[in-house]
Design a protein around this ligand. Structure first.
Ligand SMILES: Nc1ncnc2c1ncn2[C@@H]1O[C@H](COP(=O)(O)OP(=O)(O)OP(=O)(O)O)[C@@H](O)[C@H]1O
Ligand SMILES: [Mg+2]
Length: 246
């Protein structure tokens, strides 16, 4: 962790990104500056992200949409500190996290980022409550104090705490996954096709939950290929062939 990101109003890139974000003066939680990701396939270079610029501010609900192969998962992995850029810089909370090691990435992930995946990724041998307790246990320094239970209750799951994932409906499983993403109170919630494995009614319920969380002040980034999800967006970012457009 090194250089702080440029401060408000001091640089050209900051001024342009402020207007892109709708002019809100709230704190910058994530910034990508000219980020490229190049995968080496033998002698061939595959450019999955091409000088991508993106600023996410606290409290935004941003939907990032693009077709298959456009670079969405690559972008998600870089934003979520699951992978590093080939070129460019990534800032989390104003801190340059471009070249930090895996242990540092894991620590920042644990504190600042909550993930919601299309395939839910719950642990089948743990109950709903135990799945939500897991990030707290892994974090070590995070506050416990019944938070897992409270988070599940806030998502309408109080009568399913001891159910295993196989004993829950798809929508309930995704609510547990959302509770798990929320429990350490991360700066950013990153959702990758959160409705992709749900029927349309259940998918709508999950979008309502994400939309409510946004209204409560959470910062949410949803990655999808599904145009209908843009209806809950405060801001829509398009990605095509590794290029970000707004
Ligand atoms: N590990 C890898 N090695 C080589 N090429 C890769 C790798 N991962 C992704 N790519 C390539 O990078 C491009 C972007 O892939 P990415 O998975 O980010 O797309 P996506 O938008 O998530 O697609 P989908 O909607 O199908 O999940 C694709 O052309 C893909 O083939
Ligand atoms: Mg993908």
């Amino acid at each position: 962790m090194k250089t702080p990101a440029p401060k408000e109003g001091k640089g050209e890139s900051e001024r342009s990104s402020t207007s892109r974000a709708g002019g809100s003066g709230s704190k910058e939680v994530l910034r990508l500056d000219e980020v490229s990701k190049i995968y080496k396939m033998g002698t061939v270079d595959v450019k999955a992200l091409d000088r991508a610029n993106l600023v996410i501010r606290k409290g935004e609900l941003v939907v990032i949409i693009g077709p298959s192969g456009s670079g969405k998962s690559t972008l998600l992995h870089i934003m979520g500190l699951l992978d590093t850029p080939t070129k460019g810089h990534r800032y989390i909370d104003g801190i340059d996290t471009t070249n930090i090691n895996e242990a540092q990435q894991a620590r920042i992930r644990g504190h600042k980022i909550g993930f919601v995946f299309q395939r839910f990724n719950l642990i089948p041998s743990l109950t709903a409550l135990q799945n939500v307790e897991l990030p707290i246990i892994l974090c070590g320094s995070c506050e416990r104090n019944g938070k897992a239970r409270k988070t599940l209750e806030s998502l309408g799951m109080s009568n399913r705490l001891d159910h295993y994932p196989s004993q829950l409906s798809g929508g309930q499983v995704q609510r547990v996954a959302i509770a798990r993403a929320l429990v350490n109170e991360p700066e950013i919630i990153l959702a990758d096709e959160p409705t992709g494995n749900l029927d349309s009614k259940t998918g709508k319920e999950v979008l309502e939950i994400l939309s409510d969380l946004h209204k409560q002040g959470r910062t949410i980034i949803i990655i999808t290929h599904d145009e209908s999800i843009t209806r809950i967006a405060q801001r829509v970012v398009r990605i095509n062939d590794g290029h970000i457009e707004e």
